[in-house]
Design a protein around this ligand. Sequence first.
Ligand SMILES: *Cc1c(COP(=O)(O)O)cnc(C)c1O
Length: 368
Amino acid sequence: MKINYSYLNEQFKNPDPILDDIKKLISSGDFTLGYPLTEFENNIKDYLGVKHAVGVGTGTDALFLILKALEITNGDEVITAANTFFATIGAIAATGAKPVFVDSDNSFNIDPEKIERAITTKTKAIMPVHYMGLPVNLNPIMEISKKHDLPVIEDSCQALGGKVDNKFVGTIGIAGGFSFHPLKNLNVWGDAGMIVTNSDTLYEKLILLRNHGLKNRDEMEIFGYNSRLDSLQAVVGNHLFKSFPEITENKIKNANLCNSELVELSDVITLPKVPSHIKHVYHLYMFLAEDRDNLLKHLQDNGIDAKVHYPIPLHLQNACRALGYKKGDFPVYEKQCEHYITLPMHQHLNAEQVMYMVNKIKEFYKKN
Ligand SMILES: *Cc1c(COP(=O)(O)O)cnc(C)c1O
């Protein structure tokens, strides 16, 4: 059996309905900030129950533009998760601010209890990351935010549809950033991102920032950027938006089946801790495994496209050298990096394929 990580060829087996709408767009010529974008922004806004949505070029730009709108700049510090994707800290660094990492807990996400001690006089914001599609428990973080008067920016790029206490991620802090990269839960045919916020002032500023700072065709209010979500990608996004609830529920169903089988192996496998008030949407199906490298090889030898996200801790990457971190600074996360493994767990798998992976894992530990 062969279990691929990517599902894009299955997902876009019949692209004709999308292509038909793209043809309509072409005949309208409405390519930048066009009608499909307005529709996509409204779809996301209504789904999340949030006041404003602003389509931008990428998920990275979404985070960067929120930081810019909050006037975060050279010399400032932004607290974020040690365990995140490269883009989070790339966005922070692009403003001139310094990313300040906080160690993980047993959810694999930022440990809320360790945030306060990372706050300095230079701290300007906290950017928790809902990694793997597993929402961070934001309740204690919102308390810290209030106490220290620091805005919370949610990196929700992996977690559209995830919830904390029945509130969608992205809508709980001052603003949230989403990515529609081809392998994210809601995807397009290239790059696209979205910012959501309930703040009118932030919204007004973001609208300017994404479009050269232009108030209208002739008047430039501030210096801005060019980061617009393409109308063409918005057409794709609007199509995928319709199947997004089903995609999400299928991923969760497959993940739950796998979870219910892997609990048997709790001496060698540790699943992330998901508190009952949190809804995990499984962008990535990750867990910690004993003897990870050999398990990875065993799965790959058996046609399962398992991966590691990521073997090198972020603070030990060359790009982070100037931040001055060293091995041992984030012991929980560093230990987890030695054991992380990710299984393909998408909406196109059936129960038989999930059980095939489960059985290959059980086989591996029986032999050892
Ligand atoms: C994908 C991702 C981003 C960036 O999204 P792009 O659309 O690829 O720029 C940011 N943060 C996290 C956690 C991500 O997974």
